[in-house]
Design a protein around this ligand. Structure first.
Ligand SMILES: O=C(O)CCC(=O)C(=O)O
Ligand SMILES: [Fe+2]
Length: 326
């Protein structure tokens, strides 16, 4: 993109004039500048420099892809599969990915993972592994071998560059300090970062837990180094109006020491095995928080533990509004 285009759009945006800022990018786009259109799409998605407009972002993105922007193609796939700024359309997302795969090896790799998945035309699995009930109260089930080694590797790879230490802001010093409950690293795979295999996994979580896809929070990747843990906690959020009711966890690897998922009040300790998924409820049938569902990720005593967690709400969760207490 020409530096002048960016500078002039930025000047307008900072003056509170979003339309001329958008027009600066669009003018460059008309002249065939794909990166200007991709940048415009990013601004419209972020909503910090100019007001957020998800459907307009999709239009800018379409134009960027049409005129040959490779990374914009993967972003368009993500937004099409999760219904950002337009309808949620698996078939179109897959078509876009197949087009991108003709020139982009990353897209081709995603297609290979998808082709090995045995999915229906809506991206949901055609078959589900049997559920093994581990506890009735809280309700905990396990699905053995629900994620393949290639899928585990892919999910960890998507999370890896996004990992950050789990911190909270110290109320006194306002500095980030170690999280008192979680000492792991975590990554949020937000709606703009979902690869199509991750979107398929989110559908698999929805099918296994019999919950609507839209109720899931963005997939969280957790990486525990030796000594790290997730202390005893409930996944339900005190006072939330749209409560977390169900959690699904995929174990992405094994071969480390410790790191069991422990439900001490239910006398249940789950040994992580790569590819297994567990799911449990955090609220009882009456909707109230179930204290028996309190659980911990026990300290890892050797090696590294990787998991992917999907926290599922009682109603639709809009990741673009992204307030945890939503
Ligand atoms: O690491 C574990 O085994 C538990 C993780 C967990 O509790 C969570 O992600 O909510
Ligand atoms: Fe948890």
């Amino acid at each position: 993109m020409h530096a002048d285009t960016f500078a002039s759009a930025l000047r307008f945006a900072k003056n509170g004039q979003p339309e001329p800022a958008i027009a600066a990018f669009e003018k460059a786009g008309h002249l065939g500048d794909a990166s200007a259109m991709a940048e415009l799409a990013t601004w419209l998605l972020r909503g910090d420099l100019i007001p957020r407009d998800l459907s307009r972002a999709r239009i800018a993105l379409r134009r960027a892809v049409e005129i040959g922007h490779v990374d914009a193609a993967l972003l368009e796939v993500a937004l099409t599969a999760n219904g950002t700024g337009g309808p949620c359309n698996w078939h179109s997302a897959l078509g876009l990915l197949e087009t991108a795969a003709k020139t982009d090896p990353v897209a081709r790799q995603h297609i290979e993972i998808i082709h090995a998945m045995n999915l229906g035309s809506d991206g949901y699995p055609r078959r589900l592994p049997p559920a093994e009930v581990l506890s009735q109260s809280p309700y905990v089930v396990r699905f053995r071998g629900a994620v393949t080694p290639a899928e585990c590797l892919h999910i960890a790879g998507v999370g890896h560059p996004l990992l950050e230490p789990c911190v909270v802001v110290d109320p006194v010093t306002h500095r980030p300090i170690a999280h008192p409950i979680r000492t792991s690293f975590s990554a949020t795979i937000g709606p703009a970062q979902e690869t199509l295999p991750v979107a398929a996994l989110n559908r698999r979580f929805a099918a296994l837990t019999q919950t609507p896809l839209q109720n899931g929070e963005p997939l969280q990747i957790l990486k525990y180094a030796t000594g790290q843990e997730y202390k005893l906690h409930s996944d339900a959020l005190p006072g939330a109006t749209n409560q977390r009711t169900v959690t699904a966890i995929a174990y992405l690897n094994d071969g480390f020491g410790g790191g069991e998922t422990d439900f001490p009040l239910a006398n249940l300790r789950i040994i992580p095995r790569a590819g297994d998924i567990i799911a449990f409820t955090s609220t009882g049938v009456d909707g109230a928080l179930d204290p028996l569902s309190r659980h911990a990720g026990l300290p890892v005593t050797g090696g590294i533990k990787w998991i992917a967690t999907r926290w599922i709400r009682q109603a639709e969760f809009n990741a673009w509004i992204s307030s945890i207490n939503q």
